[in-house]
Each structure stands twice: as structure tokens, then as C-alpha cells.
Design a protein around this ligand. Structure first.
Ligand SMILES: *[C@@H]1O[C@H](CO)[C@@H](O)[C@H](O)[C@H]1NC(C)=O
Ligand SMILES: *[C@@H]1O[C@H](CO)[C@@H](O)[C@H](O)[C@H]1NC(C)=O
Ligand SMILES: *[C@@H]1O[C@H](CO)[C@@H](O)[C@H](O)[C@H]1NC(C)=O
Ligand SMILES: *[C@@H]1O[C@H](CO)[C@@H](O)[C@H](O)[C@H]1NC(C)=O
Ligand SMILES: *[C@@H]1O[C@H](CO)[C@@H](O)[C@H](O)[C@H]1NC(C)=O
Ligand SMILES: *[C@@H]1O[C@H](CO)[C@@H](O)[C@H](O)[C@H]1NC(C)=O
Length: 361
């Protein structure tokens, strides 16, 4: 009898343990216990990677193999925007640099005969003459309004075969760089602001005034997008930039040529140097991501990946349209990338480094 009671007790105990296990492992949905476990572990791993990448100090001494594997895992985690963090960055950037009122030289913020110190050498100055002043825009092209969902599209080879064109084109405001080609399903077509590097004018359009057609054709691909030039970064930039303005102003009035305020770029440079970003000068890409953090509701970053292999370790061209790298004496793209990764991990912006799925945005 005692033996039977003992067997019965053992059976009951087993049933209880089994039910508890079932209750613990099986969620009310169709998940199997294995999936639920994996999910819990996955969430832990994501939280760990988020902490790690939020505080990643530098790109020096990175073990690239491990770094790209962990980054690939992290990018498969659920992305959490943090609106507090977004507002903090917006306020910091507005306070230091104020893109809202001063990103470009306009009739509103620049007077005739005003002395404009250069971005990199404030000992050199430019005096705004009435002729050039008359061609400045009245105000910034978006005149103070918040820019919604912005896509900032770098030229990284990571965009090749990405199928991100449709997702990029669905943004409210699209920023591109250096007259990058756009005829392609990987990068999209919509363009609201595109930069021109004065060196491009120098090297690719030598007789701009005598033969403007190739240049006019090249920029007309971008429809009504503003063309932004760092005309007062270095003294050699100014004449080239003014040449572009003179050529385009009469024939493409719907497409304003705008000059970056050297004061804005200088304060932005100082802002990031104060946060440990040591390089000669910020890249225009990084500068305009900062601008977007101030002006846009949300910021999506594409094509910023300064490494030679993708996340699956396949080799990549440096740009999606050519092989030429940046000036390594001037910029430190890996250090800038680490800052972008910090911002992504904190929920301040979204980095896109994987192919886009066809059924999104
Ligand atoms: C969002 O960012 C703020 C400011 O950095 C931070 O205090 C807060 O913990 C973050 N929230 C989450 C859910 O991570
Ligand atoms: C930024 O510039 C705008 C327009 O010039 C001005 O109204 C605003 O007060 C400035 N904001 C800050 C924080 O300086
Ligand atoms: C700018 O300077 C020129 C030459 O010094 C002068 O003739 C002109 O009146 C000035 N214009 C303004 C608006 O100050
Ligand atoms: C893109 O796809 C083409 C065709 O499938 C392939 O030849 C090329 O290597 C791919 N390029 C990159 C960078 O993935
Ligand atoms: C886009 O332009 C590049 C360079 O001009 C060219 O090589 C490529 O074939 C074009 N692609 C398409 C889809 O037209
Ligand atoms: C470009 O500007 C022209 C002239 O202002 C306007 O008619 C046209 O609708 C604009 N196109 C787009 C795509 O906004």
C-alpha cells in the first residue's frame, strides 16, 4: 500500500513538473519551447551588443572579423529609436551650431560687404560683393520647417546590390554627396540636397564658363535639388564655386546653388572634436548627418561603411560607382563610422548596412 502511494506521489510530482515546464516554455502563441528560449537569449545578446556599441571608443585596434560578425548580429536585433536621445542631440546641435538659421549663406544672414572668415583659416577672409550677394537665396531652401524622415545617402560600395533604392526614395528628404550617380535601383533617384566638391569642378569641368553644357546636364539629373558647395572651406574653393553659381543661376533657377556657411562647418567641426573625434576636418557626409540630426524628425543613414569587406566578408568597392578612396590625411572615416554606430546604438539614428527587403519601407 505504502509502495502504491509512493508510486502515485511520484507520478503526481512528475505531472506537476511536466506542466510547469510546459507552462514555462510554451507561450500562448505557436512558439515552440526552443524558439522561446532562443528568443530570450537573443534579447539578452542584443542588449549586450547595444551596450557595447553605444560605448565603442575608437576604430583603432578593431578586430574586423569579430567586429563585423557582432555588428551583423546587432543589425538583426529589433531597432529601438529613443526620442529622448533624438531631442537631446537636436538641442545640443542647435545650441552649438544652429543649422536651422545658418547652414548656408543667405540674403537673410549675410550682408553685402560682410567679411567672411574661411572655415579652415580664419585669417583669410572673403568680402561678400553685391553681385554674388544678389545670387544668394533669400532663405534656406526649406525655410525653417522640420524635414520629416530624412535619408542621408553616402557613396559606400555597401550600397551595391542593396536594392535600397525604393526605401530611400520613400523618405521625405534625401541628401546625397559629390554629384553621385543615381540611375540605379540600389540608391534611388529622389534628391533634395546634393553636395558638389570644388575639386570636382576643378578636375572634371575645366572650361566651365566656355563650355557649361556637360555640367548643366550633370546637375539637371537631380531635378530641383539644391546644390550645396563648401565655397569657403579653403581659399582655392571660392573661385570654382562662384563659377558654378554664375553658370547655373541664370539657366537653372529652380535648382539653387547654395554655399555652406564656413562658420557653421567650423562650429560643427569643433563640436565633434570636443567629443573626441580627432581628424583634420569632418567629412561632408558626417557634417550633413549632424545637420540632419538637428533638422529632421528621424535620420536614416545609407552607404556609410568605410571598410573593404561587407558584413559577410565579401570584398567591396570603396564607392558604389568607383574605386577611389577618400583623402586619408584629411578624414578618418572609420572614426566617424564609430560615432555613427554609437548614435545608432543609442537610438538617435538608423544605420542601414544590410540589403533592403523588397516589400519595405
Ligand atoms: C533614452 O535616452 C535617454 C537619454 O540618453 C536615456 O536616459 C534613456 O535611458 C534611454 N531610454 C532607453 C529605453 O534606452
Ligand atoms: C538659430 O537661428 C535662428 C534663425 O536665425 C534663430 O531664430 C534662433 O534663435 C537660433 N537658435 C539658437 C539656439 O541660436
Ligand atoms: C560696399 O562697399 C562698396 C565699396 O567699398 C561701397 O561702394 C558700397 O556702398 C558698399 N555697400 C554696402 C551695402 O555697404
Ligand atoms: C553585385 O551583383 C553582381 C551580379 O550578381 C555581382 O557580379 C557583383 O559582384 C555584386 N557586387 C557586389 C559588390 O556585391
Ligand atoms: C548607371 O550609371 C553607371 C555609370 O554611368 C552605368 O555604369 C550603369 O550601367 C548605369 N546603370 C543603369 C541601371 O542604368
Ligand atoms: C521643380 O520646379 C519647377 C519650377 O519651380 C516646378 O514647376 C516643378 O514642379 C518642380 N518639380 C518638382 C519635382 O518638384
Amino acid at each position: 500500500m505504502a509502495f502504491l502511494r509512493w508510486i502515485f506521489g511520484l507520478l503526481m510530482a512528475l505531472i506537476v513538473v511536466y506542466s510547469v515546464c510546459v507552462m514555462f516554455y510554451y507561450t500562448p502563441e505557436t512558439h515552440s519551447s526552443r524558439e522561446a528560449m532562443t528568443e530570450a537569449l537573443q534579447r539578452l545578446r542584443c542588449a549586450k551588443l547595444r551596450r557595447k556599441f553605444s560605448g565603442i571608443p575608437t576604430a583603432r585596434r578593431l578586430n574586423m572579423k569579430r567586429f563585423t560578425q557582432e555588428l551583423d548580429d546587432f543589425l538583426n536585433c529589433l531597432y529601438k529609436p529613443n526620442t529622448t536621445e533624438q531631442e537631446l542631440n537636436r538641442m545640443r546641435l542647435q545650441f552649438c551650431c544652429n543649422a536651422t538659421g545658418s547652414i548656408f549663406l543667405t540674403k537673410r544672414n549675410t550682408a553685402v560687404n560682410q567679411t567672411i572668415p574661411y572655415e579652415t583659416t580664419i585669417k583669410s577672409t572673403y568680402t561678400m560683393n553685391p553681385d554674388i550677394h544678389s545670387m544668394l537665396p533669400e532663405d534656406v531652401p526649406w525655410s525653417g520647417r522640420r524635414l520629416g524622415r530624412c535619408a542621408v545617402v553616402g557613396s559606400g560600395g555597401i550600397l551595391k546590390n542593396s536594392s535600397c533604392g525604393r526605401e530611400i526614395d520613400s523618405a521625405d528628404f534625401v541628401i546625397r554627396f559629390n554629384l553621385a550617380y543615381i540611375n540605379d535601383s540600389d540608391v534611388g533617384l529622389k534628391t533634395d540636397l546634393i553636395t558638389i566638391n570644388p575639386s570636382q569642378i576643378k578636375h572634371e569641368y575645366k572650361n566651365l564658363e566656355e563650355n557649361p553644357d556637360p555640367f548643366v546636364e550633370r546637375v539637371s539629373v537631380y531635378g530641383n535639388a539644391s546644390l550645396a558647395i563648401p565655397a569657403f572651406a579653403y581659399t582655392f574653393c571660392t573661385e570654382l564655386s562662384i563659377r558654378a553659381l554664375r553658370v547655373l543661376h541664370p539657366v537653372r533657377p529652380q535648382q539653387p546653388v547654395v554655399f555652406f556657411s564656413p562658420e557653421y562647418l567650423r562650429t560643427l567641426d569643433r563640436f565633434w572634436k570636443g567629443r573626441g573625434l580627432k581628424e583634420v576636418r569632418l567629412s561632408t557626409g558626417f557634417a550633413l548627418i549632424s545637420t540632419a540630426l538637428e533638422l529632421c524628425e528621424s535620420v536614416h543613414v545609407y552607404g556609410f561603411w568605410p571598410f573593404g569587406n561587407d558584413l559577410q566578408e565579401n570584398p567591396l568597392p570603396y564607392h558604389y560607382y568607383n574605386q577611389f578612396g577618400p583623402n586619408r590625411h584629411m578624414h578618418s572615416m572609420p572614426e566617424e563610422f564609430v560615432r555613427l554606430l554609437q548614435l545608432h546604438s543609442k537610438g538617435a539614428l538608423t544605420l542601414h548596412l544590410q540589403p533592403c527587403s523588397s516589400d519595405e519601407p
